[in-house]
Design a protein around this ligand. Sequence first.
Ligand SMILES: [Mg+2]
Length: 264
Amino acid sequence: MAGSVKGVILDVDGVLVYQGRVMDGAIETIEALRKRELILRFLTNSTLKSRRSCAQKLQRQGFDIDPGEVITASYATAVYLESLQPLSYWLMLDGEGRDEFPDATLDAENPEYLVVGDNRSSFDFEHLNQAVRMLLCGAKLIGMQPEQLDSSMGATELNVGAWVGMLERASGVPATYVGKPNRYVFDLTLQSMDLRPNDVLMVGDRPSTDVTGAQATAIRSVLLRTGEYDKGEMSGIPPPDFVVDSIQEIVDIIDALGGQMILF
Ligand SMILES: [Mg+2]
């Protein structure tokens, strides 16, 4: 496969960490990529975390990662929302992810946009009814990411896409989704790296989000059979460029493709 590598986009859950522990060799792999002066981005469908809190958590786990290198689905949604110049919006989201959103135009009555992330403390009858009424009154629906289930924190949980899908079905209002596998977040990530798709490798554990999204953006993909890898997701999508069982193997792939210079 032709084309050298100037940058790497890495998924976080299932690639660097999973269910509270660091994946074998992940810290050393990031160090090896930095020695090659590659531009790195950490692209996660987490909505609860801000860029800062995500980086801080990874730093506490031993990774050398800067908040400016992290793209969370909540951050990407905030950038997307800003581009729409909304008159008002209502945010359903918990955690530090809220820090990414300015609150000057919050409207709990009749917002122009309803923006839904992981709002686990308020996904109840009262708040979901409030949300569906907003949609029936004309609010447009933005889902921070489309995944239905998540096991990254331990036991399987409903994920953002499950709640947004319910609101879509009940109201008849289709959602616009921002996070992986949607092209928007991959384009945003590439822009922040100032690289072209052909210069970049995407490393992820989920065919349906990491690989599919990379393919839609013409980014080469490495599927890591760790974390939430599910063989069943492979059917119906073109195969990734590389399939490996350990994150450490991506260093060899990059060296074989002609990654940037090794400093020492
Ligand atoms: Mg993952």
